[in-house]
Design a protein around this ligand. Structure first.
Ligand code: UT7
Length: 330
């Protein structure tokens, strides 16, 4: 039973300056601008400087979200960071962020791992803390430095990914008909091998051999992920609408994980959404995994694509395999 509505009080994002265009990639691997644009919709993506990391980008996005919410770091009761590229294995990026935000209160902070579905998973967790009355303000961040995991000799993956961070502040509201109204989380671990980083964990720790055989890079079976994504994004979108008894006309904006414009188009067209009610910025940023939805959400809020009173649906899928959706009344 929800005692409070969990509303999105403010959003923020950060994209690094450095730009990697399709023309730049043509110099690294056997690919072409035409192929990348037609098969993915991506034209360029941003890459972190060597001085930047997941926490430094998360910090900038978090500060922007707090400013938009007219709150200070001290107002927060909990921090959740969704990422598959943490600064280090331990401590968590959320703890690093808590410290960097200069928070004196010893509020809870933890990372959440659900790959590209991570932000929507984290938002659903944060909304539980708000709904129960345990927290008043929760900072939810999705941040990734995927360029550190990408193999720039593998044309099947290096064309897709970029770096960045997005954040949202969830706040308690007396009106439970506002904020996160429904969410749905799913996972199928049998598909784990379709997107994975083989070494660097407890099963295969780092060694000279794992480095030589490039086992610390992200490996992906693009075709299998594509098939899964097209099916699951459609099923998830239908469920997200059904959960709140919404028709496509009543939903102001669908904000999907920016994975591939063909996947996005396939799912949203099937469910009756015209392009102008689907948020797409993959052309500029590529796939930023857990950061893609909060970056797109922030852009949508700041450019007036959605606003107070609107219904929006967040729609994600990713490694795990995982998937997640959230139906929200802003
Ligand atoms: O956040 C979740 C992360 N993952 C995803 O969202 C990935 C989902 N999958 C995809 O987006 C697509 O599968 C890709 C974009 C990765 C690949 O597109 P595709 O249309 O599924 O291509 P394909 O793998 O079926 O390959 C078609 C051809 C192959 O050549 P042959 O065997 O037909 O001669 C590939 O070797 O395209 C070739 N190819 C490329 N050619 C130029 C694969 N990558 C490239 C490339 N440039 N970068």
């Amino acid at each position: 039973m929800r005692r409070f509505g969990a509303v999105i009080k403010g959003t923020g994002s950060y994209l690094p300056q450095r730009c990697l265009s399709n023309a730049d990639l043509e110099k690294l691997v056997d690919t072409s601008d035409d192929w990348i644009v037609q098969r993915t919709g991506i034209r360029e993506r941003r890459l972190a400087e060597t001085s930047e990391s997941t926490s430094s980008m998360a910090l900038k996005a978090a500060r922007a979200a707090l400013d938009a919410a007219h709150l200070t770091p001290e107002d927060l009761d909990l921090i959740i960071v969704a990422t598959l590229t943490p600064d280090m294995l331990t401590p968590s990026t959320a703890c690093i962020l808590q410290h960097q935000l200069g928070i004196q209160r010893h509020i809870g902070a933890f990372d959440l791992g659900a790959a590209c579905s991570g932000f929507v998973y984290a938002l659903s967790v944060g909304s539980q803390f708000i709904g129960s009355g345990a927290c008043k303000h929760v900072l939810v961040v999705g941040a990734e430095t995927l360029s550190r995991l990408v193999d720039y000799t593998d044309r099947g993956t290096c064309i897709l990914f970029g770096d960045g961070a997005g954040a949202a502040v969830l706040s308690a509201h007396d009106d439970t008909s506002l904020g996160v109204q429904a969410f749905s989380l799913g996972a199928d671990g049998s598909g784990g091998e379709f997107i994975h980083v083989p070494a660097g964990g407890s099963r295969t720790p780092a060694s000279l051999e794992t480095i030589a055989s490039r086992q610390h890079y992200l490996k992906m079976n693009g075709r299998e992920v594509y098939k899964f994504a097209v099916h699951q994004m459609t099923v998830s979108l239908e469920k997200a609408m059904l959960d709140c008894q919404l028709t496509a006309q009543q939903v102001r904006l669908v904000i999907p994980h920016q994975s591939n414009v063909r996947i996005i188009d396939s799912a949203t067209e099937k469910m009756g959404f015209p392009r102008d009610r689907v948020m797409v910025n993959i052309d500029r940023y590529g796939n930023t995994s857990a950061a893609s939805i909060p970056i797109a959400l922030d852009e949508a809020m700041r450019t007036g694509r959605c606003g107070s009173g609107d219904w929006i649906i967040l729609l994600a899928f990713g490694a795990g395999l995982t998937w997640a959706s959230a139906t929200i009344r802003l």
